[in-house]
Design a protein around this ligand. Structure first.
Ligand SMILES: [Zn+2]
Length: 185
């Protein structure tokens, strides 16, 4: 079971390292890690389990964050229609994206960052993505809203990028070109 102590924090070199494509079929070790990563997110959103193990609630977790350089991440969140999205994305890619951008007005957070970093993080408003499932099946998905933002945040991790790298240094709340802020109702 992954706990907060298993999650590395900013300053650790693995968070700045680009991950490597995962080969199929998956080894048992990678399968276990992927399953544990998704389970962590599920646990972190369960008030009783989160309280018992002192877990900070998260919607996404990339392999780098548990000090592994496999190119994969887990997401567990509801989309804007209230549908539960819960998957492990292996060797994920963005195949196309909208011209329109978006950002979270409250800024982004990260399980590997134990401080509040204010500022707008520009993201594509809509993305079409491809990734492999644990069985090696190729999935194509269109994401908007929070799932699109979270996917981009996690994909950045796999490339060694932290969300605050994208915040305007001089003016963290400068207007983002072509952007509509993301607000969940
Ligand atoms: Zn993060």
């Amino acid at each position: 079971m992954i706990l907060m102590d298993d999650i590395i924090r900013e300053g650790h070199p693995t968070l700045r390292t680009k991950t490597e494509e995962v080969q199929f079929p998956l080894t048992d070790e990678i399968k276990q890690l992927a399953t544990d990563m998704l389970q962590f997110l599920i646990n972190s959103q369960d008030p009783e389990i989160a309280d018992k193990y002192d877990l900070r609630s998260g919607i996404g977790l990339a392999a780098n964050q548990v000090n592994s350089l496999h190119r994969m991440f887990a997401l567990h969140l509801k989309d804007d229609k209230g549908e539960q999205l819960s998957f492990i994305a292996i060797n994920p890619k963005i195949v196309s994206h909208s011209v329109e951008n978006t950002y979270l007005p409250t800024g982004e957070g990260c399980l590997s960052v134990d401080r509040n970093v204010p500022g707008y993080v520009p993201r594509h408003a809509r993305i079409t993505v491809k990734f492999k499932t644990m069985d090696g099946e190729e999935k194509k998905m269109r994401l908007t809203g929070l799932p699109a933002i979270a996917f981009q945040h996690e994909l950045d991790h796999l490339n060694g990028i932290m969300f605050y790298d994208r915040i305007n240094e001089k003016n963290p709340f400068a207007e983002i070109p072509d952007a509509v802020p993301y607000e969940r109702d």
